[in-house]
Design a protein around this ligand. Structure first.
Ligand SMILES: [Zn+2]
Length: 228
C-alpha cells in the first residue's frame, strides 16, 4: 500500500480540483494511538499523516480516506458513498479491536488514563469521531475528572487541549449513550471554537446546535441527565 499512496492522493486531488496544479504531497503513516488522519498545508506542500492502523486497509478504503481528507481541506462536498465506505471499515469489529489493542499497548506509558471503571473515554471519542466526523478530529487528552463534581458534566479545556468528563458518569448504571452524548457535545466544542459576535460570545452557535441534533439519542440522554 505504501508505494501506491502518493499517486492515489494525486488522483484524488485532480478529481476534486481539476484546474489547479497538484501540489507536492507528502504522505506518511504515523503511530497514532487511535485511528486518526490529518492533513495540513505548509508552504504550498500538503502533509498527510495516516494512522498506521490503516496500513493494511484495502485500496478503496485508503482511496476514500484520501478523498475525505482532501475534500475537507478544500471545503468541497464529501462523496457520500466513499464516506460511508470508510466509516463502515473503521467501525467494523476488526478495526475497533485492533485500535483497542494498540491503544492498550501504547497507552500503558501514559500517566493520565482515559480508561475508567465502566467506560474508556478514548474509545468513545474514536468511535464518535468515526461515526460523526469522518475520523478527522484530533483527539485531545481525554480524562475523567478527579472530583465527583456534578455541576459540570464535562468541559473542553483548550489550554491543555483536554476533554474532562465528570467521574460521576463512569458507572455501569449510566447508559453508554449518556456518556457518548456528553463526549459528543465536547467534541462539538472542539470543532466549533467560541466565536465573538460583536461583544457577545457565541458558545453554542446555530451550527453547533444543528450538529448536536444529529446525535440519535439526544432526547433520551437529556432526559437521563435531567433526572440525575
Ligand atoms: Zn457546551
Amino acid at each position: 500500500m505504501r508505494d501506491g499512496l502518493l499517486p492515489l492522493f494525486q488522483e484524488s486531488y485532480r478529481e476534486l480540483r481539476p484546474r489547479a496544479p497538484v501540489p507536492e504531497i507528502l504522505v506518511e503513516f504515523f503511530a497514532f494511538a487511535n485511528i486518526n488522519n490529518t492533513i495540513r498545508l505548509r508552504e504550498g506542500r500538503l502533509l498527510v499523516r495516516l494512522s498506521d492502523l490503516l496500513e493494511g486497509a484495502p485500496r478503496q478504503v485508503v482511496e476514500a480516506m484520501a478523498h475525505i481528507l482532501l475534500a475537507k481541506m478544500y471545503r468541497e462536498p464529501v462523496d457520500r458513498a466513499r464516506a460511508s465506505h470508510y466509516r463502515r471499515y473503521v467501525s467494523s469489529h476488526y478495526m475497533t479491536q485492533k485500535a483497542h489493542l494498540v491503544r492498550q499497548l501504547r497507552g500503558r506509558k501514559r500517566i493520565h488514563s482515559a480508561e475508567g471503571r465502566a467506560y474508556d473515554l478514548a474509545a468513545i471519542f474514536d468511535e464518535l469521531n468515526a461515526r460523526f466526523f469522518d475520523g478527522l478530529l484530533d483527539r485531545p487528552q481525554m480524562t475523567w475528572s478527579s472530583e465527583r463534581a456534578r455541576n459540570r458534566l464535562g468541559h473542553y479545556d483548550p489550554a491543555h487541549n483536554a476533554i474532562v468528563i465528570s467521574r460521576v458518569f463512569d458507572h455501569p448504571r449510566v447508559p453508554r449513550y449518556a456518556v457518548e452524548y456528553i463526549v459528543y457535545h465536547e467534541m462539538l466544542h472542539l470543532k466549533h471554537p467560541v466565536r465573538f459576535e460583536g461583544s457577545r460570545r457565541s458558545v453554542h452557535s446555530r451550527e453547533f446546535q444543528a450538529e448536536e441534533r444529529r446525535f440519535p439519542q439526544l432526547q433520551a440522554a437529556k432526559n437521563f441527565l435531567r433526572a440525575l
